[in-house]
Design a protein around this ligand. Structure first.
Ligand code: DAH
Length: 339
């Protein structure tokens, strides 16, 4: 009998269970009325009188240990319920909150898609640039005010390294490497040393377009602009071109669209003019083509540049530019349905 008790003692010490049912089975096996320990208790009558004391004590120890072991298995399971197979695996998972695309990305994709349809491909360039690609190659005179410290963030002066102030620098990089026909758009971030307010920021985003080939004319530019405006703002959109000046285009123009908020009737957004300016454009100045190694007698081209924030404001009426960079989910969540 002592042997049997010892054997059960060591069995109990190494008992294990990972579910409520397994624990219950162990309890039945050892502790129930018909269990192993109870039957030893029954056999206790037959133990010789001189052994009764020793065997009795051992039996009590065995019973206690069995109860302790089973209780501790139960506690372990309760404190770590994932091992409990009573988990309902068919239950639907907790909903995962999906993020949304940033409004500037949405509008950037929209602009890129429209130009893709017209055969433009995407070109990218570095944000940290040099004077040549941002200014000199683009026909900026040495004393042009845009080179001024107030506009440009310089990383170093000698050699001159700076943060690009416009994506026109990517035009230069592409023209230096590739002969026409060139038909590219360059989306990207640009930097200017401006005081941050609701309508200005020290960084913002632009999309530049460039088309160079034989016989490209201002009429091609105008037709492309009209198509873009209608695709972006709706078929009823009208455009108008005003003469302007950029060092890298000649002639240059600024394009207005009929205000898409009041349909051209006049509202505070368009300052009651019915028109809002959305981009700058023009025919690439022959000096720029020559600077980049393209024969300006053989080729002509047009270029344009626009601010993505401005277009986004027009589409979604965001009143404060700073919201674009604050990452406030209450703002970003409002763009759930757009993609
Ligand atoms: N680079 C100009 C800016 O940052 C925008 C621009 C105007 C780009 C006319 C062009 C262009 O390519 O032809 O304000």
């Amino acid at each position: 009998m002592l042997d049997k008790i010892n054997q059960l003692l060591s069995e109990i010490e190494s008992l294990n269970a990972s579910t409520v049912e397994e624990i219950e089975n162990l309890r039945i096996k050892y502790l129930s009325k018909k269990g192993e320990i109870s039957s030893l208790m029954n056999d206790f009558r037959n133990v010789a009188a001189e052994q009764k004391r020793e065997v009795g004590m051992k039996l009590n120890v065995l019973k206690e240990q069995a109860q302790d072991r089973i209780n501790s298995l139960r506690e372990a399971l309760e404190s770590n319920p994932t091992t409990d197979d009573t988990i309902d695996l068919t239950r639907t998972a907790a909903p995962v909150k999906l993020g949304t695309r940033h409004p500037l990305s949405i509008v950037k994709h929209e602009i890129c898609n429209i130009f893709n349809k017209m055969g433009f491909s995407i070109a990218e360039g570095p944000e940290i640039e040099d004077d040549w690609h941002v200014f000199s190659a683009l026909n900026f005179a040495d004393d042009h005010p845009a080179r001024d410290m107030q506009d440009t963030f310089f990383v170093s002066h000698d050699p001159q390294v700076l943060l690009r102030t416009h994506t026109s620098s990517v035009q230069v990089r592409v023209m230096e490497k590739q002969q026409p026909p060139i038909r590219i758009i360059c989306p990207g971030r640009v930097y200017r040393n401006e005081a941050i307010s609701y309508r200005a920021h020290c960084f913002f985003h632009q999309v530049e377009a460039l088309y160079i080939d034989k016989n490209v004319s201002f009429a091609d530019l105008k037709q492309m602009l009209l198509y873009f405006a209608k695709e972006m703002f709706g078929a009823d959109t009208k455009i108008r071109l005003r003469p302007s000046y950029f060092p890298f285009t000649e002639p240059s123009a600024e394009m207005d669209i009929s205000c898409n908020i009041c349909s051209g009737k006049g509202c505070p957004f368009c300052k009651h003019t019915g028109w809002v300016e959305i981009l700058g454009c023009g025919m690439v100045d022959p000096n720029v083509l020559e600077s980049c190694g393209i024969d300006s007698k053989e080729y002509t081209g047009y270029a344009l540049g626009m601010g993505i924030e401005r277009i986004t404001n027009l589409k979604y009426r965001v009143k404060d530019l700073r919201m674009f960079s604050e990452n406030d989910v209450r703002f970003l969540d409002q763009f759930q349905d757009a993609y």
